[in-house]
Design a protein around this ligand. Structure first.
Ligand code: SF4
Length: 342
């Protein structure tokens, strides 16, 4: 099995809810939004590891924790054998060029007062002080070419508002790549791009992965997109991973009812099979007071009273495959005989 580049263990991020003056005065217990609540996974060198779920599942918070843009409440992130929690700000700064991020909104990620050349060059100025200005410019021009912005000299002095949305996302990728990172956290990288350029951006991502030997954490709400690029995928629900495994296994043999619902909700390009209802039904519950037991039980079509609302289901192997795990009593545990889907 390929070595892990990132090891995430029992990661938690609880955000304190702002307390009113009266609540603080009366000593009311502080409340927390449990955005990430005990998440563990490995990202192997050279793979695209997907993290999928609805908005509010905690997937983007995990991305920020992996990059240590946020401090965890508990748990650890080990990057290439180094526990990030033990690093000083200076040590973290030195490591940061090896882990970069691409966010979904390229316009918000780019400084409107910087030319494209300056924007791409910026991380090189910080992390590669050994380069002369001429060497940095040559590197920027090479990166522009790598992401298909040709002729590079033409785009070098343009401003973000002078190019298209798809081109801006290419610039964000070029900026992320300039320090030759090992890991890219791509957080909904194509969500704001026109449908017409999404496939091109995904192709670019995969081309950069091969050329630069990259590893990706690919965060998305869209299982159709994840299918296009991921090697393995974890599905998150309300701060927890509910299913994880090789893409092929999870897509062809989904075990958790939430994964099934998400896959059922992927649009089918066939007018004879139009779906009338979005799935899964209902809203994500409040992460301040998540449901007891399995957090999915208020929305789960096969929930069993007395089983699903008690304990939290552990993430266990399914179908005898240690690589494919799900957190559902009826799919993995002693209650399998009650599973109506079997
Ligand atoms: Fe549904 Fe129960 Fe499985 Fe949770 S543990 S997903 S509520 S069947």
């Amino acid at each position: 099995m390929t070595e892990a580049l990132v090891q995430v263990r029992d990661l938690r991020k609880w955000f304190p809810v702002k307390q009113g003056f009266l609540a603080a005065l009366t000593g009311e217990e502080r409340q927390y939004v449990r955005a990430v609540d005990g998440v563990s996974f490995d990202i192997r060198k050279g793979e695209v590891f997907g993290l999928a779920g609805e908005s509010g599942s905690g997937k983007s918070t995990v991305g920020r924790l992996v990059l240590r843009l946020l401090e965890p409440t508990d748990g650890s992130v080990v990057f290439d054998g180094v526990d990030l929690a033990g690093l000083s700000a200076e040590e973290m700064r030195k490591l940061r060029h090896r882990m970069q991020v691409v966010f979904q909104d390229p316009l918000a990620s780019l400084n409107p007062r910087m030319t494209i050349g300056e924007a791409i060059e910026h991380p090189a100025r910080i992390h590669m002080p050994q380069l002369s200005p001429e060497e940095r410019r040559a590197l920027v021009l090479r990166m522009l070419e790598q992401v298909g912005m040709v002729p590079p000299e033409f785009f070098y002095s343009k401003y973000p508002h002078q190019i298209s949305g798809g081109q801006r996302q290419r610039i964000v990728f070029a900026r992320g790549m300039i320090t030759a990172p090992d890991l890219i956290v791509a957080d909904e990288p194509i969500a704001m791009a026109d449908v017409s350029v999404r496939a091109l951006l995904l192709d670019l991502m995969m081309q950069l992965k091969d050329e630069f030997d990259l590893t990706y954490l690919f965060i998305t709400h869209d299982l159709a997109t994840a299918k296009y690029v991921c090697d393995r995928i974890a599905v998150m629900y309300l701060g927890k991973i509910v299913e994880v495994g090789p893409l092929e296994d999870v897509y062809t043999n989904p075990q958790h009812p939430y994964t099934r619902a998400l896959l059922d909700a992927v649009p089918v390009p066939d007018p004879l099979h139009r779906r009338t209802e979005p799935l899964p039904a209902g809203e994500i519950p409040n992460p301040i007071n998540p449901p007891s037991g399995c957090r999915f039980h208020p929305r789960c079509p096969i929930a069993q009273e007395g089983i699903c609302d008690g304990e939290i289901p552990p993430l266990l192997p399914v179908a005898g495959n240690p690589e494919h795990r799900a957190a559902c009593f009826l799919r993995t545990g002693e209650y399998q005989h009650l599973d109506p889907l079997r």
